[in-house]
Write a protein that binds this ligand. Structure first.
Ligand SMILES: O=C(O)C1=C[C@@H](OP(=O)(O)O)[C@@H](O)[C@H](O)C1
Ligand SMILES: C=C(OP(=O)(O)O)C(=O)O
Length: 439
């Protein structure tokens, strides 16, 4: 961002030699924002360490504080938080462009006493919300509006019960309802009807974290009821949460090894995780990279030439911009499928990727549920980010191997990874790159 507030283009650095680096990533957005919501409803004080501090998570902290929750930030370590629940009150919530704030906070707000007004970025007003707001209404909450801006007026309790929803547009409708449901009088039983729910690992993450807080949850696997999740009413225990590194944010750095025949190492890679970013291992292998977990460090070595891929990303849609960038410089065509719901992400990611790859001379077309990408030599040009952090990082990946790529708004990466450009430069300098340090 320039001093006059205007956004200036960022010239993506090219890699003149294969990238060799170790990159340490900050905490997961999805785990951080779940830990904060669950802690806000707990019986006592919780702590969250390894917290991601970024626009999306700071908006969540601000939202919960506005609702009355006390959140202390350790001055010596801003990633260490203490969360002290309190009676929830009326508030004004800024969702920014954060799906986790606009979908996870309304059910919590329904438990407040008073009116809670929600708004967000202009672009956030077109993100789908009617499903979860309609569900909340049918569970006994007073909700005015079907999209941002809207208001939830709470009376201190929510009846809860059973609700049927079509969650094919976003797993966050299911996660959002589940995260606060133990505090509803009757809990919640969610039955999904419609096309398959995307991003199932994120629902697994919700279930796992609720269970860690002592909440009783029945999944379709437990009950045998397909597409049905039940959260029983009951107390939520305090937890000392330790947040894993954000594996989706690791993917552009791993991609740097893949496109330059280099080697990138990401330490603290969890041996088991519900984060969808873990799926990058199999994807990179299918494209020809050598991938190994070496004592908790993920090591990716890029091949001489990447192969195209035919892959269903329905469960891991977050990875699409990274995989699309890889596909655009691979050998042979790629098909990225199962991701129609990405049209409702930060921007319409299928349209954005198609437009931007084409702008650089590539061949990308939208298919009904995804993208078809046929690599041809690319040329420089301005890559538009559309306020989407993952579009911005996809432009950075391409810039490594295509001269003259400029990303129009690299600072939009602060949604989940502030300091991305510095971290990227450090990676290219070959030194161990750590989040938060300046270039
Ligand atoms: O619950 C979460 O933390 C998320 C769920 C997914 O949303 P969708 O199911 O809408 O894709 C994912 O894409 C998003 O980045 C984070
Ligand atoms: C879809 C994403 O974010 P959100 O949580 O805003 O939905 C994302 O981070 O890729």
């Amino acid at each position: 961002m320039r001093k006059d507030g205007q956004v200036s283009n960022w010239t993506a650095p090219t890699a003149t030699t294969p990238v060799h680096a170790t990159v340490t990533l900050p905490g997961s957005k999805s785990i951080t924002n779940r830990a904060l919501v669950v802690s806000a409803l707990a019986e006592g004080t919780s702590t969250v360490t390894g917290t991601l501090r970024s626009r999306d998570t700071d908006l969540m902290i601000a939202a919960l504080r506005d609702l009355g929750v006390v959140i202390d930030i350790d001055p010596a370590d801003p990633t260490s938080l203490t969360v002290v629940p309190a009676p929830l009150r009326g508030a004004t919530i800024d969702c920014g462009l954060a799906g986790t704030v606009m979908r996870f906070v309304p059910p919590l707000a329904a438990l407040a006493r008073g009116a809670v007004a929600f708004d967000g970025d202009e672009q956030a007003r077109s993100r789908p919300l009617d499903t979860i707001l309609g569900a909340l209404r049918s569970l006994g909450a007073q909700v005015d509006g079907d999209a941002l801006p809207f208001t939830v007026t709470g009376s201190g309790s929510v009846a809860g019960g059973s609700v049927e929803i079509d969650a094919s547009g976003s797993s966050q409708f299911v996660s959002g309802l589940m995260l606060s449901a133990a505090a509803f009088d009757d809990g919640v039983t969610i039955h999904h009807v419609g096309k398959p729910v995307p991003s199932m690992p994120h629902i697994d993450m919700t279930v796992e974290m609720l269970r860690a807080a002592g909440v009783r949850v029945d999944t379709p696997a437990d009950s045998g009821d397909a597409d049905t999740w039940r959260v029983h009413p009951g107390p939520i225990r305090s937890v000392d949460w330790v947040v894993e590194p954000d594996l989706s944010n690791a993917t552009p750095f791993l991609a740097a090894a893949a496109v330059t025949s280099g080697e990138v190492r990401v330490p603290h890679w969890p041996s088991t995780t519900t984060q969808p970013g873990d799926a990058i291992r199999g994807i990179l292998e299918s494209m020809g990279a050598a991938v190994r977990l070496d004592d908790g460090t993920l090591v990716v070595r890029g091949p001489e030439k990447l192969r195209g891929i035919d892959v269903d990303l329905h469960d891991v849609g977050e990875l699409t911009p990274t995989v699309a960038a890889l596909a655009a410089v691979a050998e042979g065509p790629s098909w990225l499928r199962g991701i129609a719901h990405l049209r409702g992400h930060e921007t319409d990611r299928l349209a954005a990727l198609t437009t931007e790859i084409t702008r650089l001379g590539g061949t990308a077309i939208e298919i009904e549920d995804g993208l078809e990408i046929r690599p041809v030599p690319l040329h420089g040009g301005v890559w538009h980010a559309y306020a989407d952090h993952r579009m911005a990082t996809a432009g950075a990946i391409l810039g490594l191997v295509v001269d003259g790529v400029e990303v129009d708004d690299i600072d939009t990466t602060s949604k989940t990874l502030p300091g991305f450009a510095a971290l990227w430069n450090q990676m290219l300098a070959g030194s161990p790159a750590h989040e938060g340090s300046s270039s």
